[in-house]
Design a protein around this ligand. Structure first.
Ligand code: DQA
Length: 146
């Protein structure tokens, strides 16, 4: 595994400001830097991308089909309703790990459903920013078995 895409969906650009009691105090830039460094220590390059726009995220996932060996993806609220993003993941061969900072099972009813999960190789939730590094480990392990 040489290159990984760290993808974040809507409102995750507001980390650090947005509901810190739920999502923690770190900014997205700080979390991205940690994942980039963690992966670099293991010889993998990570590219980071965040968008609040469904179409831009779909385009990036399509790009991942040829440009990346794995995707770490926090789809934000798209998790719960975006069949278009689910189909984008279903359209590519690149393995995708779904990440949530919070435990979506333990929050409002609407957050319990992930339409994204069935097309991902794993879902990691409720571990805060550590979940992104865990997702990287899952990708690394998956890649080693291929
Ligand atoms: C989230 C959980 C989603 O329900 C929410 O809409 C987000 C963030 C998380 O990281 O816990 O935007 O994906």
């Amino acid at each position: 595994m040489k290159t990984v895409l760290l993808l974040n969906g809507p409102n995750l650009n507001m980390l650090g400001v947005r509901e810190p009691a739920v999502y923690g105090c770190d900014t997205l830039a700080a979390i991205e830097a940690e994942v980039v460094a963690y992966a670099a220590e293991r010889g993998v390059e990570v590219a980071c991308y965040q968008s609040n726009h469904e179409g831009a995220l779909i385009d990036k996932l399509h790009e991942a089909h040829t440009a990346f060996d794995g995707v770490i993806y926090n789809p934000g609220a798209h998790t719960h309703y975006s069949y278009a993003l689910r189909d984008a993941i279903g359209s590519i061969d690149t393995p995708v790990v779904e990440v949530h900072l919070s435990d979506i099972e333990a929050r409002e009813e609407f957050r319990r459903i992930s339409v994204i999960a069935p097309v991902c190789i794993a879902q990691i939730k409720g571990k805060g920013k550590a979940g992104y590094k865990e997702a990287f480990d899952v990708l690394l392990e998956y890649d080693a078995k291929r």
